[in-house]
Ligand binder design. Structure first.
Ligand SMILES: Cc1cc2nc3c(=O)[nH]c(=O)nc-3n(C[C@H](O)[C@H](O)[C@H](O)COP(=O)(O)OP(=O)(O)OC[C@H]3O[C@@H](n4cnc5c(N)ncnc54)[C@H](O)[C@@H]3O)c2cc1C
Length: 457
C-alpha cells in the first residue's frame, strides 16, 4: 500500500469492483487505485461472512442478474432511461466477459405483449424484467475472475476497514483506516453495501452531507396454490406487477415470486421476525408465494422509515409471538383466523409455525386497503388469487439505506467523495450496484482526478 492514490474505493462488492474495472480498463488513463475491503479476500471468505469480503453481498447471492432500469435500484432517478439501458447492457457484457454465461428469462416479446395487455385491462402495470440467472456457483467464479484481473492492475487491501473519510478545504482528500493510517486520494468512492450503510450514514452526518430519507416497503407475503399463479410464473421468471391504489394512490407491487416455493421467516436485528420466501431448484411444494409491498416515503418532519417498519414488524411479533398468518376470507369478514378456520382452507401453509391471527390489528388501514385492492386486480389475470382460501402472512418489510444527495455522476455534496451501491441507498441488486460503479468511475475520469491532475470542479 502506498501513501497516496488517484482513487481509493471503499468496499469490494459489485459496486466497488466494477468501479475498479472501469477505472483501469484498456486505453484509459491508468490511474493508481486502492480497493479497501473490511472482510476477507475471495479465497479466505466463506458463507459465514454473507455480506462482507471480496464480492460483498454478491458472493453468495443467487446471482439473478436483473436487467432492468426499474427493478433493483433507483439509478433512473439520476440517469436518463436511454443511457441507463445502454449502461445495463454494458454491465451485463462485463459479467459475460468474466464468465457469467447463463440463460436469459422473460424476453419473449409475444408473451410480454400478451401479459402486458391483460395487466393493463386489470388496471395493473407489468414491468417486463429480463433476468439472467447465474446461480451461486457461476457468481463466485465471475468474482474470482475479476479478482485475478484486478490483482495486477490495482492495490487491494482485504481485512482492512476504513474508519473515516478525510476532508480538507471543502473536499475529500483521502481515508483514515481503523489503525489510524491516513491514505491520500484524488477521489474517494464509498461503496460499503448494506453492511456499511450505518457507517456511511454516520460519516455523512459527521461531514455535514445532505441526505434524503428513503422509502420503506411494507406488506404481506401471499400464498396460493401454484396453479393459480401459473398464468404468470410459467413464462416469466418473475412477473413484476405494479398497482396504483384507488383510495390512497399508493404504489403496491409484487416482489420475490417463488413458484412452488416455501414461505420462510427472517430474523432482523433486535430479534424482529419478518416473513420472506424462497424456492428450491430440486424440491417443489404445491404452493406459490410472493410479497405484496406498499411503498411509503414519509415527508417532514418524520425521517425514520426504518424505525417505522421495525415498529410494525414488532407489533406483529407481539400479537402473534412471531409471524401471523390469516386467511383472506377471515380478514375480509373481520375476524381472526384460528387453527380450526385455517384447517378449512384449501391452501396448506408452508410456514407451519406461523400463528393464526388478525392482520388488521397490525397493519394500518391504508396498507390493508391497498393490499385488498391489489389482490382484486391480480385476480383478473391470475384467477383465484383473491380467493377466501388465500393465505396472508405478516409482516414483510424491506428497509433501504438512507440516500445521500448525489449528482448525476453520483458525487456527494463533498467534492471528490462519491457514494454508490446499496450502502448509498440508490441500488438493491447486482446489476444496478455494478452500474453505479461504472457511473462513478466515468465521472472521476471525466473530472480528471487522476495521475496527479486532480482538479476541483
Ligand atoms: C443472500 C443474498 C442474496 C442476493 N441475491 C441477489 C440476486 O440474486 N440478484 C441481485 O440482483 N441481488 C441479490 N442480492 C443483493 C446484491 O447482493 C446486492 O444488491 C449487491 O451486492 C450490492 O452491491 P454493493 O457493492 O453496493 O454492496 P455489497 O455487495 O454489500 O458490498 C459492500 C462491501 O463493502 C465492505 N465494507 C463496508 N464498509 C466498509 C468499510 N468501512 N471499510 C471497508 N470495507 C467496507 C463490505 O464488507 C462489503 O464487502 C442478494 C443479497 C444477499 C445478501
Amino acid at each position: 500500500m502506498r501513501q497516496s492514490y488517484d482513487v481509493v474505493i471503499i468496499g469490494a462488492g459489485p459496486a466497488g469492483i466494477f468501479a475498479a474495472i472501469e477505472l483501469t480498463k484498456e486505453g484509459g488513463a491508468a490511474p493508481t487505485v486502492l480497493l479497501i475491503e473490511q472482510g476477507q479476500d475471495i479465497e479466505a471468505r466463506d458463507r459465514g461472512q454473507l455480506t462482507r469480503g471480496w464480492g460483498g453481498s454478491g458472493a453468495y447471492s443467487d446471482g439473478k442478474l436483473i436487467l432492468s432500469t426499474q427493478v433493483g435500484g433507483w439509478l433512473a432517478d439520476y440517469i436518463p432511461t436511454k443511457d441507463l439501458n445502454s449502461l445495463i447492457e454494458y454491465v451485463d457484457g462485463v459479467y459475460l466477459e468474466f464468465g457469467g454465461e447463463a440463460e436469459r428469462f422473460g424476453d419473449k416479446p409475444e408473451k410480454i405483449k400478451q401479459l402486458k395487455r391483460a395487466a393493463t385491462l386489470a388496471d395493473l402495470e407489468l414491468i417486463p424484467v429480463i433476468v439472467r440467472h447465474l446461480g451461486t456457483d457461476i457468481c463466485l467464479k465471475v468474482l474470482k475472475n475479476m479478482r485475478q484481473h484486478l490483482g495486477s492492475r490495482i492495490d487491494i487491501a482485504a481485512d482492512t476497514a476504513v474508519a473515516e473519510v478525510v476532508a480538507a478545504d471543502g473536499r475529500a482528500t483521502g481515508v483514515k483506516l481503523a489503525d489510524g493510517t491516513v491514505i491520500e486520494a484524488g477521489a474517494v468512492i464509498a461503496a460499503p453495501g448494506r453492511a456499511g450503510a450505518r457507517w456511511l450514514a454516520a460519516e455523512a452526518t459527521r461531514l455535514g452531507l445532505a441526505k434524503h430519507a428513503n422509502q420503506v416497503d411494507l406488506g404481506v407475503r401471499v400464498e396460493v396454490p401454484a396453479p393459480v399463479m401459473e398464468p404468470l410464473t410459467d413464462d416469466f421468471y418473475e412477473a413484476k406487477l405494479v398497482y396504483r391504489s384507488k383510495q390512497f394512490e399508493d404504489r403496491v407491487r409484487t416482489f420475490c415470486v417463488n413458484p412452488y416455493g416455501e414461505v420462510t421467516k427472517e430474523q432482523y436485528h433486535d430479534n424482529i421476525e419478518t416473513v420472506n420466501g424462497h424456492s428450491y431448484a430440486d424440491r417443489r411444494t404445491a404452493n406459490t408465494n410472493f410479497a405484496l409491498l406498499v411503498s411509503t416515503t414519509f415527508t417532514e418532519p418524520f425521517t425514520e422509515p426504518i424505525a417505522y417498519g421495525e415498529y410494525i414488524a414488532r407489533l406483529a411479533n407481539l400479537l402473534g409471538e412471531g409471524i401471523i398468518v390469516q386467511r383472506l376470507g377471515d380478514l375480509m369478514r373481520g375476524h381472526r383466523s384460528t387453527a380450526a378456520r385455517l384447517a378449512r382452507s384449501t391452501v396448506r401453509p408452508t410456514l407451519v409455525d406461523a400463528t393464526p391471527g388478525d392482520l388488521s390489528f397490525v397493519l394500518p388501514y391504508r396498507y390493508i386497503s391497498d393490499i385488498l385492492e391489489m389482490l382484486a386486480a391480480m385476480d383478473k389475470i391470475a384467477p383465484g388469487v383473491n380467493s377466501r382460501n388465500t393465505l396472508l402472512y405478516g409482516v414483510e418489510v424491506k428497509f433501504y439505506s438512507q440516500r445521500l444527495k448525489l449528482s448525476a455522476g453520483l458525487e456527494t455534496d463533498l467534492p471528490g467523495l462519491f457514494a454508490i451501491g446499496d450502502g448509498a441507498g440508490i441500488t438493491r441488486g447486482l446489476i444496478q450496484a455494478s452500474a453505479a460503479g461504472i457511473v462513478a468511475a466515468r465521472a472521476i475520469a471525466k473530472g480528471s482526478r487522476m495521475n496527479g491532475q486532480t482538479t476541483n470542479h
